[in-house]
Design a protein. Sequence first.
Length: 350
Amino acid sequence: MAEEWCLIESDPGVFTELIKGFGVDGLSVEELWSLDESTFQELKPCHGLVFLFKWQSSEGSAGSVVQDDRLDKIFFAKQMIKNACATQAIISVLLNAQHPDVHVGPILREFKDFTASFDPADKGLAMTNSLELKRVHNSFTRQQMFDFDDSLLPKEKDSYHFVAYVPIDGRLYELDGLKEGPIDLGKCDPQDWLLTAKVVLDQRMQSFTTEEIHFNLLAVVTDRRVVYQKRILDLQDQVERAATKMGLVMSNEAMDDDGDLPSDPEALQAIIDAGDDETRDLEVKLKNEDLKHEHYKLENIRRRHNYLPLIMEVLKLLSKRGQLTGLVDKACKKKEERRAAKEKKTTDTV
């Protein structure tokens, strides 16, 4: 029997490190707080979306299940074990991405080659039993001091699920390991496929009850630092060429034809000033990205750290001082007050 896979937190820092753990460089994960067009423009190039939602057995599909020879090109694996959907969604994006920025590395390339002739169920079994993929996924296992009996949990406990949205050859697909195959959601513009995904996601979220707000949307994108650095280099080249041409124009010297630059000194100066201004803005963004990734690193260290020995020592110390029982009673009282306030608010609303 396959070893259990841990629950994965829907967090951009966690997913960014998962991608790196799978041997993929130059990509990161961004959390989306809105579906407006300006947000999508900021994300380009975006290689896929990962959507977290409350799973409902009665939910239908927005498109049709792919059953033709497209299955030979689309990587799709059935989910064969509990809690693997986060890694499965990320891998579905990585192994179907068609952008030159995506270099999957040896771990995923060898896995894709090994499973190329497998059907979706066997692909899912291969993923479940891959020691390397499981090791990376379970690196985010939370430390526990006690084992809990799942039979004591509420039977109506909510279940949450990750699925992927990926553009492939001008069509948008939903890749959900709990479905029978890839879901074809229709045509999309390869350059602006997020606009098609927006419509699909809007419809999907509206299908839930008005009280259901537990959604999370993550985008797999080219690392913003790579994008900013490339743009800075392009701007520096443009400013240097404009400055060189400015010098030649002002001195009336002969010059090579530089068709994309004007010959008017004022226009050349405007290009230089605009390039310098944009470069400064990008350097600020680059610094903020470095700080963000340092924060991701720190948060992931904290997630993996075992705080249980410290907690137990604090509890023993409080008990020894005779303070533990009072603090527990106080916490229980606060919990009861919050529950009562919540019930009162619900009653007043009705």
